[in-house]
Every structure is written in C-alpha cells, then in structure tokens.
Design a protein around this ligand. Structure first.
Ligand code: NAD
Length: 355
C-alpha cells in the first residue's frame, strides 16, 4: 500500500500527523511518503501543486490529504492559491467520485441542529459526481443577449452535460458502495425539467438492473433536499450529479453538526483515492492543539475500505473512534458539559490506545 501523505496548511499538519500514527499502528504492509501541498508548497517552490508532489500522488495507490489555505495567500493570483492544489489533484488523477458519509454517533446526537429523534442512528452516504455537469460543461460565459425580452443586455450561460458512460461509472461506484452497506440506493435528478437529467435517470435505472440485490429508487432533487431534513434515515446511498451533490452533501454534513467529524473520499476509475476531512485548514485554531483529528482518522479508514479493500482494518479504526467517544473524550468543537476536553494529540493518543 503506497500512500502519499499531503498535510497542507494550518491544522492540516496536525490532523494528518494523528491519522498517520493510526495507520502505522495497524502494522499493515504500508509505505507512507510525505510531500508539501497548498500554501506550504507555494512557500517552498512558488507552486501550490509542485510537479514532485503531483508525481508522488500519481505513483501512490492512495493519498491522505489534510487541508490547504490561509489568509496570507488570499491575495495571490487565482492559479497560485493553495485551493488550486485540490482542483489540480482531482483533475490530474481523474477523481470523479466523491463519497461523503454522514454518521450521527449516539454520543454526539446533540451536536446536530435537528431534533435528536430525527437524526439519531443516521448513517447515510452521499456520492457526488465530481468532474462533469454544469461546472465543467462548455460553452459557458457572459455575452450580450441576442433575442428575448432582455435582448441587448448581458446574459450569463452555462451548459449542463453528462455522457452516458460518465453516469454509468458513478452509478457502478454507488451500487458497489451500497452492497457494502444497507443495499439501498437512491438516484437524485431533475428529470422532470432537464434533458441531461432524463438521461441520468434512464442510465441509473439501466445500471440498477445489474444489481438486483440493491433496492433502487429515484427522487427529484427538490424533494431530496426536503426529505434530507424531514426524515434523513430513509436514505442509505444517494447518488447525484456535481451541482446537486455539492448542495446536498453540505446539507447532509449539518445533520451531524460537527465539521471536525466528517471524512470524505474522492475516487477514480482504478480505485485510487484522495482521502480528506471535509473541513478546511482552520487558520483560527492552527498550531494550538485544538483541532479535531477524527475526520482525518476516519478518512484513513475510508482509504482502507475503498482503495485497499481492507474492510476489517477500516472497521478497526472506526470502532476505535467510537470507543473514545463512548469514553467521553472530546475536542473543543464537539465538547459538551459532562465530557472530557482533550487536544489534537491527546485525541490521537486515545484512538491509538483504543486500537
Ligand atoms: P474551515 O473548515 O477551515 O473552518 C471553519 C470553522 O470550523 C472554523 O471555525 C474552524 O476553526 C472550524 N474547524 C474546521 N475544522 C476543524 C477541526 N478539525 N476541528 C475543530 N474545528 C474545526 O473553513 P474556513 O475557515 O472557511 O476556511 C479556512 C481555509 O481553508 C480557507 O483558506 C479555505 O479556502 C480553506 N479550505 C480548504 C479546504 C480543503 O483543503 N479541501 C476545504 C475548505 C476550505
């Protein structure tokens, strides 16, 4: 297992350090190599994604990514900003499938803004297509309207497009994931209005026929947005396009209420993946031993599950995380009275001990 470790900026270095300790403690045949990315790489080389870092990422089977960004880089030209490194890695490695699980741990049920009875026991996976859709479709731009009631005025336009094969491959990732979970998959579209989404729905149904052991359904995106806060537990795996997934996955992340707990995976065709917490570099708490490392540790568990097919090792990490929560240990972001507040390193220590 060749793993590229790209800690990045801010709390990125603190949280990946803890995840690396956990990975090493598993005693699996694993090679870990670290490289700078984001602002840290820009400071050293003038490039947020230097070729040496990209080469390492290309050669690896999986990438453990911390977070990038910082106030000192906000005035740089767009192509030099740390965030470009994430977009560059997605593009160069063809990471088209973004998986975001939302799990409400019983010990953290009060962290959600929704009522405990709505979210308790929640365990859903949102799968978002990451490299197509209206975010990338051409043509796009701002032009002068040639006709219609606003003729002669500026008009913005974008193009939503998905090819058959593009939809098919994300659906296969979804059904394969559903087989490892509760075997239910809901495809989310807007086929009642958009041609692209009619194709999405047709292809989803065709792929569903290849997985008779998975219960398949489809839902319009507006209804899905409502159902996610009305009764989120009705879902297991949700598969959707880039734009709808962008919105629904952020909505779902709030069901659990704690940004420091949420891992993610972005996979390509050959199951190479980039694994990272969904949060950013949190410059406000960086270097203070305050960051919650659990999202990154849980991202390492996803790596073992999806890139290395080591469900056993993934479950070991997830059980260890669960155990420290049961023990009442909390970083500041998930602290509530009656629990024990610990720092980043101490949380890492506790997970290692639980392992
Ligand atoms: P953020 O996610 O870094 O922080 C938002 C809030 O959540 C902050 O108050 C922060 O302290 C808190 N927080 C985040 N992670 C935490 C953790 N693990 N433990 C405890 N608290 C945590 O978002 P932001 O402040 O909007 O962005 C900061 C920088 O991160 C920006 O430069 C942004 O562009 C970048 N960013 C990077 C990524 C990425 O690397 N994939 C993602 C989002 C934002």
């Amino acid at each position: 297992m060749k793993i590229a470790v790209l800690p990045g900026d801010g709390i990125g270095t603190e949280i990946t350090a803890q995840a690396v300790r956990v990975l090493k403690a598993l005693n699996l045949p694993m090679e870990l190599e670290e490289a700078p990315v984001g602002g840290a790489a820009y400071d050293r080389t003038g490039d947020p994604l230097p070729s040496a870092t990209l080469d390492l990422a290309r050669a690896a089977d999986a990438i453990l990514f911390g977070a990038v960004g910082g106030w000192q880089y906000d005035k740089l030209p767009r192509e030099k900003r740390p965030e470009q490194a994430v977009l560059g890695l997605r593009k160069h490695l063809g990471l088209f499938a973004n998986l975001r699980p939302s799990i409400v741990y019983p010990e953290l049920v009060n962290a959600s803004t929704l009522k405990p009875e709505v979210v308790s026991g929640l365990d859903i996976l949102i799968l978002r297509e990451l490299t197509g859709d209206i975010y990338f479709g051409q043509p796009r731009g701002i032009r002068v309207a040639a006709d219609g009631p606003f003729k002669g005025q500026r008009e913005g336009f974008d193009t939503m497009r998905y090819a058959d094969g593009e939809i098919r491959r994300i659906m296969h990732v979804g059904f394969a994931a559903a087989r490892k979970r509760s075997r239910r998959l809901c495809s989310v579209d807007k086929a009642n209005v958009l041609e692209t989404m009619q194709l999405w729905k047709d292809v989803a149904a065709e792929v569903a026929a290849e997985y008779p052991d998975v219960e398949y359904s489809s839902m319009y995106v507006d209804n899905a947005a409502m159902q996610l806060v009305r009764n989120p537990r009705q879902f297991d795996v949700i598969v959707t396009g880039n734009m709808f997934g962008d919105i629904l996955s952020d909505e779902a992340s709030m069901l659990t209420g704690s940004i420091g707990m949420q891992p993610s995976a972005s996979l390509n065709d050959s199951r190479k993946g980039l694994y990272e917490p969904i949060h950013g570099s949190a410059p406000d708490i960086a270097g203070k031993n305050l960051a919650n490392p659990l999202a990154t540790i849980l991202s390492a568990a996803m790596m073992l599950r999806y890139s290395f097919d080591r469900e056993d090792a993934a479950v070991r990490i997830e059980s260890a995380v669960r155990k420290v929560l049961v023990q009442g240990l909390r970083t500041a972001d998930i602290y509530e009275s009656g629990t024990t507040k610990v720092g980043t390193v101490e949380m890492g220590d506790a997970v290692l001990k639980a392992l």
